[in-house]
Design a protein around this ligand. Sequence first.
Ligand SMILES: Cc1cc2nc3c(=O)[nH]c(=O)nc-3n(C[C@H](O)[C@H](O)[C@H](O)COP(=O)(O)OP(=O)(O)OC[C@H]3O[C@@H](n4cnc5c(N)ncnc54)[C@H](O)[C@@H]3O)c2cc1C
Length: 383
Amino acid sequence: MYPEFTEEQKMLRETIKNFAEKEVAPLAYEIDRDERFPKESFKKLGDLGVLGITAPVEYGGAGAGYTEMCIIGEELAVVCCSTAATWGDHTDLCIDNIRRNANEEQKKKYLPPLCDGSKIGGLAMTEPGAGSDVLGSMRLRADRKGDYYILNGTKTFITNGPVGDVFVVYAKTDMGKGPHGVSAFIVEKEFPGFSRGKQFEKMGWRGSPTGELIFEDCKVPAENLMGKENEGARILMSGLNTERTSLAALSLGISRGAYEFSLKYAKERVQFGKPIASFQLIQSKLVDMAMEIELSRLITYKCAAMADKGLVEEMNLMASYAKLYTAGVGMRITTEAVQILGGYGYLKEFPVERMMRDAKLQQIGGGTDEIQRLIIARELLQD
Ligand SMILES: Cc1cc2nc3c(=O)[nH]c(=O)nc-3n(C[C@H](O)[C@H](O)[C@H](O)COP(=O)(O)OP(=O)(O)OC[C@H]3O[C@@H](n4cnc5c(N)ncnc54)[C@H](O)[C@@H]3O)c2cc1C
């Protein structure tokens, strides 16, 4: 059987599944409608010990791996992709980044409150003029002045931006060196010169707030440089494959949520005197959904296993396959789920409508479908 999970991993899945059904699902409709951060379930995820799933135990984490990270992301996304996204940004993009790249003092200071959920984390790379070409077009600058770096510029589209306390921020420390002049910083919301810009009103991921971060002569202590100066490109690139893997787990979760709901509905909904599941055209949709979920599961956990084996640098091709494939599956399955529910699928009181909106972002965030295709083509064409 592949993927094979250990007994501990199966127990973790069961725990998160129960938690998701009890604590996350009841909020899903409301946080989507009101575009609000689910602070109550977020704190409980901290109490459950899964915010710092990959952080070492001595810093308040669970000391587990990327397979566990994917299990959590998948199960949360089955019922609420917004909660999974907020969790993923905090846990993967912020905590795991600090775990991999920060020094001892930084880990001691920042990981414990992030792991217990008393602080909310995020990651800021994207800028108004720097999206897919994030390294080449970056304009946020950081100038060293004595014991501080002075940051000036704007980050945009930042998940948890409107509510976060601690952000990993990439900025140019050498404007003349292109991608080789980027550095990574840990920035607290209290630092002078830091402020939040607008919170965006979105199509999906609405319970996971997204916004701008503004840096106006923002004073960041030099000790908050993460890694070495001008080493930011390496740090940024080193997180992309695991980010794509955890986003694949979210897409897998959305697909499962939509499939499980529409399968049940198809068995119960009667038209022409029979459950609609007995019609072969509906069966055909369910067949494709189930098959694509199985394939999504295989590729997602293959990537997670590679990352757990320390093959993060070798998995460019696989991580892009996983991100691209599962996002497409998520979009197809949620769209078909709406179709299976007919008019009811179009109503907000049924979750497949929300899932379809959430699924679209999976084809954009964390590197668009087109960028994944560019990476795959580059890998295939290289000698
Ligand atoms: C809800 C949400 C949450 C996000 N969270 C975060 C976050 O927490 N932190 C963060 O830093 N960023 C975040 N992002 C930003 C996200 O990663 C970017 O939106 C994404 O990388 C694409 O960048 P862009 O939107 O500027 O699109 P662009 O790069 O302007 O792309 C526009 C279109 O052109 C295509 N394109 C671009 N270059 C090429 C090319 N060379 N060949 C072919 N096609 C190309 C793209 O695929 C896309 O279809 C978030 C975005 C959203 C919407």
